[in-house]
Design a protein around this ligand. Structure first.
Ligand SMILES: *[C@@H]1O[C@H](CO)[C@@H](O)[C@H](O)[C@H]1NC(C)=O
Ligand SMILES: *[C@@H]1O[C@H](CO)[C@@H](O)[C@H](O)[C@H]1NC(C)=O
Length: 403
């Protein structure tokens, strides 16, 4: 064997070793997902390296890569698409062209990306909004809120709140021909977090007279207290969203100070003064047996009160909607929750389903056994997966029937 072939063989083995990740048994298109995941891991390594060299913040590298997927606001035969602003908050607006008598429905969509990356202009989000506008003949507003590390909590929350509150005025709804009784707020991942938080806070806002009909929370992040839930343990290294990245997203939402990230990574970031909050995320009582498996509930490990004082955001229900008292859940709209089995955030969604049902809110829970986090992102070539299309169709079908 020549030196060349030997080198080639060695290189192939290294590539195969790098690309290979265990993919859960029940997942389809395993090799494609493995390649996609290798792409994500490569980006993460580049970001780590650039940060280590002091060239760029980790999230800036991720942002640069996601911006490759940005599309211009191009109208098509069915939907008129424009980038605009409502009360100074940018958004991409989708208006269906179909002539219809009567008022239209509306969906306010909040994209995911860990409060740090992503955008309404990203190809998968743009496509999802077009599909929604077309299928439901609805006005869709995809919100362009500001991101970390440039902006930390509560800026993301406030941008979304501002735009939702502005849109929910009768005069604005009339301008767009929207039926005030048929409005939904939707979001995936960090967007599901913002949607849930905004829906809760609106309940106390006496200036807002129009009520949301539905909130749709797609694999949402809903709590910061316990980052060692069974889903975090079971899916620590599953494709797309490893626990380390989720911890980084959470801490980055509040600060770039690594001490919070380190404390969150060891799940010892919550000060003893906040111990009363743990009952809101007690998976021992809030998860069905099936998801507890052989995990054993352990009492929380408390951290220093310094972190809690310095970054009170992570204990704020506007960042962690599971941390409200039951009375604050009363009055929430009909809720659609989509959770994925192979996802660190799975148990956040499931615990919210339990809490909402306990106080009598109508909840429709779609749990997808063969799904990974971010499934909805995989609807555009070359990273499209049958899973992405299936989950997107399921969600849009549900909205079409129930909104
Ligand atoms: C427009 O809508 C029709 C019917 O839903 C669909 O078949 C077609 O693909 C849509 N066009 C675009 C550009 O999405
Ligand atoms: C969590 O629930 C279990 C029982 O289901 C209970 O023993 C434990 O004290 C609870 N812990 C907290 C912090 O609420």
């Amino acid at each position: 064997m020549g030196t060349k072939s030997l080198c080639l063989l060695l290189a192939s083995v290294l590539v195969a070793y790098y690309v290979y990740t265990p993919i859960p048994e029940n997942i389809e298109e395993r090799w494609k997902l493995m390649l996609i995941n290798a792409g994500f891991r490569t980006v993460a390594h580049v970001a780590e390296f650039a940060e280590w060299l002091g060239l760029m913040h980790y999230m800036e590298v991720l942002m640069m890569i996601t911006s490759i997927e940005y599309t211009a606001p191009i109208s098509d035969e069915n939907v008129t698409v424009t980038d605009t602003k409502f009360n100074n908050v940018p958004a991409r607006l989708y208006i269906p062209r179909k002539q219809s008598s009567g008022l239209k429905r509306a969906v306010i969509y909040i994209h995911g990306g860990g409060w740090c990356v992503g955008g309404s202009a990203m190809e998968p989000y743009d496509l999802l909004s077009r599909w929604t506008a077309n299928k439901l003949n609805a006005v869709v507003i995809s919100v362009e809120y500001r991101l970390a590390p440039m902006y930390h909590f509560p800026v993301q929350f406030e941008d979304v709140y501002t735009i939702v509150k502005f849109f929910l005025q009768n005069s604005v709804l009339a301008q767009y021909g929207v039926d005030p009784n048929r409005i939904c707020i939707s979001g995936d991942s960090a967007g599901g977090n913002l949607a849930a938080a905004v829906a809760q806070q609106l309940l106390d806002d006496l200036e807002v007279k129009v009520k949301l009909k539905i909130q749709a929370l797609l694999y949402p992040a809903l709590q910061t207290l316990d980052l060692d839930l069974p889903s975090y343990k079971d899916n620590e290294n599953k494709p797309i969203l490893p626990k380390s990245l989720m911890v980084r997203f959470w801490s980055e939402y509040f600060t770039t100070d690594v001490s919070l990230q380190e404390a969150m990574a060891s799940n010892s970031h919550v000060p003893a003064e906040s111990s009363h909050l743990f009952r809101f995320v007690n998976w021992s009582s809030l998860l069905p047996e099936k998801f507890k498996k052989d995990h054993v509930y352990a009492s929380p490990i408390y951290g220093s009160s310094r972190l809690g004082k310095k970054y009170p955001g992570f204990l704020d229900p506007r960042a962690a909607p599971l941390l409200v008292d039951d009375t604050k859940l009363l009055g929430l709209p009909v809720t659609y929750v989509l959770t994925c089995q192979h996802d660190v955030l799975r148990d956040d969604g499931i615990m919210y389903v339990s809490r909402l049902r306990e106080v009598g809110i109508e909840v429709i829970h779609d749990h997808i056994e063969d799904a990974i986090h971010g499934a909805l992102m995989f609807i555009t070539s070359p990273t499209d997966l049958a899973l992405g299309h299936r989950v997107a169709n399921k969600y849009i079908e549900w909205l079409n029937i129930n909104l």
